[in-house]
Design a protein around this ligand. Structure first.
Ligand code: NAD
Length: 498
């Protein structure tokens, strides 16, 4: 059976732990490969390699570092088809969606190509008599990234492209559910000219994450995954003196105003709610309709739109979405549907028990639609992460806007309206990190910055964009003086610029 190895010091390394994770084909339920799960010693070997590579890489001028990024971008584009197919085969999302996943990664690599400009410091000439002040951004050292299953191309690139461009050396610990694309990214990065040890990858589970969190030579750590683990990673990493950013789960709301373009809103939301089987942290699993008439029309149209979706294998070019990632996840999503029914919400479309002829053991779930969901329900409060859309009815924009603002998660939110003033006010006031106005999935472009609020993110610096550069570098400020002659008694007082 195919095995996914670690990548340490410029080459694939076979793990010695004797522990493996199974990699499934979500279309069939078969095990298609297995992945090595690293021990603490194997993580330490990766850190040692990254540490050895750091002095030379951090002293490589930014323009040369950028050239590796340019070549990496070219290789990602040249290998797009292979990467997208491999990604679909382990994740289950359809190939068109996998291409989007890779493309969003390429976008961040493109951003990292600009590092000579992005890392420039600031300079003040003549801050005092003969005194100049300047700042510089320096890399941190060995840093690490721990990534989830749902964007195995984009999220690793969010982290290592920016971190390495800044002059750090990196350990990637991808999800053990679909590690083959991350391994290909690491290989391509070396093919692009990165020196050995600059980017390493260890596969693993909690043991390898804990090893990274406690290793004294790991200076910063970025995590994306579910909230309880994000909180644990943030608490443990910071307690061990590391800089940590830890992105967590989500429950994004879409506010449907009576004055919106209903046809467009339904088209947008059917893709945002059910696309990628709902396994996106920026999916839109809650629609809040304002007013009775808006709610009735939305539910009726959405029912038709959802019924019209084609669920197929990840290789089916006609499928809107494929299977979810695992049997355990399928069972979890279906248990949330049952919870919604038990709590008294109206299940107007039930996706459970969906089978695909010839793929009866695949992890397929049809689209589910709930009406009259109430904010006190557990199935509303928690993240489901499946093809389930919950409609909550509100009487006013104030009532609707309070729902995402008061929810435990605060990743993304969207409003559908033709009223610019209301949208502007909503965007300014809502207690959520990323806002869409007539945009259902407001994932910021790579040169802006990605991050949610509340239990969707622990730590205060976002991914990529200028915030990413800040996270992966530390600032040093130099105050220099070239005095003429003796400074006399002034040596005994705190220097002032006056
Ligand atoms: P997950 O939390 O199960 O796993 C994420 C990573 O943590 C993986 O690398 C995994 O190996 C590791 N891990 C698992 N258990 C661990 C433990 N006990 N201790 C330490 N590490 C552990 O998440 P997932 O199921 O892979 O991904 C889906 C989740 O990620 C969803 O909650 C989704 O909302 C979230 N997500 C958030 C964002 C964001 O930017 N906010 C983006 C994508 C996904």
């Amino acid at each position: 059976m195919r095995e996914v190895n670690h990548f340490i010091g410029g080459q694939q390394v076979t793990g010695k732990s004797g522990r493996f994770g199974d990699i499934y084909n979500p279309n069939t339920g078969d095990i298609q490969a297995r992945v090595q799960l690293a021990t603490e010693a194997e993580v330490a070997a990766a850190v040692e390699n990254a540490q050895a590579a750091f002095p030379a890489w951090s002293n490589t001028n930014p323009q040369r570092r950028a050239r590796v990024m340019f070549e990496f971008k070219r290789l990602l584009e040249a290998n797009m088809d292979e990467l997208a197919e491999l990604l679909s085969s382990e994740h289950g999302k359809v190939v068109a969606d996998s291409r989007g996943d890779v493309q969003r990664g390429i976008d961040v690599v493109e951003f990292a190509c600009g590092i000579p400009h992005l890392q420039k410091g600031e300079y003040t000439e003549g801050a005092g008599p003969g005194i100049d002040v300047y700042s510089m951004r320096q890399p941190l050292g060995v840093v690490a990234g721990i990534t989830p299953f749902n964007f195995p191309a984009m999220i690793p690139c969010w982290m290592f492209a920016v971190a390495i461009a800044c002059g750090n050396t990196f350990i990637l610990k991808p999800s053990e559910k679909d590690p083959s694309v991350p391994l290909r990214l690491v290989e391509l990065f070396h093919e692009a000219g990165a020196p050995d040890g600059v980017l390493n990858m260890v596969n693993g589970d909690k043991e390898s994450v804990d090893a990274l969190l406690t290793h004294p030579d790991v200076k910063a750590l970025s995590f994306v995954g579910s909230s309880d683990i994000a909180q644990y990673v943030y608490a443990t990493g910071t307690a061990h003196g590391k800089r940590v950013q830890a992105m967590g789960g989500a429950k994004n709301h879409g506010i449907i105003m009576p004055d919106c373009n209903m046809e467009q809103a339904v088209k947008d939301i059917v893709g945002a709610a059910y696309g990628s089987a709902g396994e996106r942290c920026m999916a839109l699993p809650v629609a809040v309709t304002v007013g009775q008439k808006t709610g009735d029309e939305f539910v009726e149209r959405m029912m038709d739109a959802a019924r019209g979706l084609t669920i197929g294998t990840s290789t089916d070019p006609d499928a809107h979405y494929g299977p979810v990632v695992s049997a355990a996840h399928k069972a979890k999503v279906e248990s949330y549907i049952q919870m919604g029914v038990d709590e008294g919400a109206d299940l107007v479309l039930d996706g459970r028990g969906h089978t695909l002829q010839g793929h009866e053991k695949g992890y397929f779930i049809g689209p589910s639609l709930f009406d009259n969901v109430k904010p006190h329900m557990q199935s509303y409060k928690e993240e489901i992460f499946g093809p389930v859309l919950q409609v909550v009815r509100a009487d006013s924009l104030e009532e609707a806007a309070a729902l995402p603002s008061n929810h435990q998660y605060g990743n993304g939110v969207a409003i559908f309206t033709s009223n610019g003033r209301a949208a502007r006010e909503f965007a300014a006031q809502v207690n959520v990190g990323m806002v869409g106005v007539n945009v259902p999935i407001p994932v910021p472009v790579s040169y802006h910055t990605f991050g949610g609020w509340k239990r969707s993110a622990f730590g205060d610096t976002n991914q990529h964009g200028p915030e990413g550069v800040r996270f992966w570098s530390k600032i040093k400020t130099v105050t220099q003086r070239w005095p003429e002659g003796d400074i006399g008694d002034q040596a005994f007082i705190i220097p002032t610029m006056g």
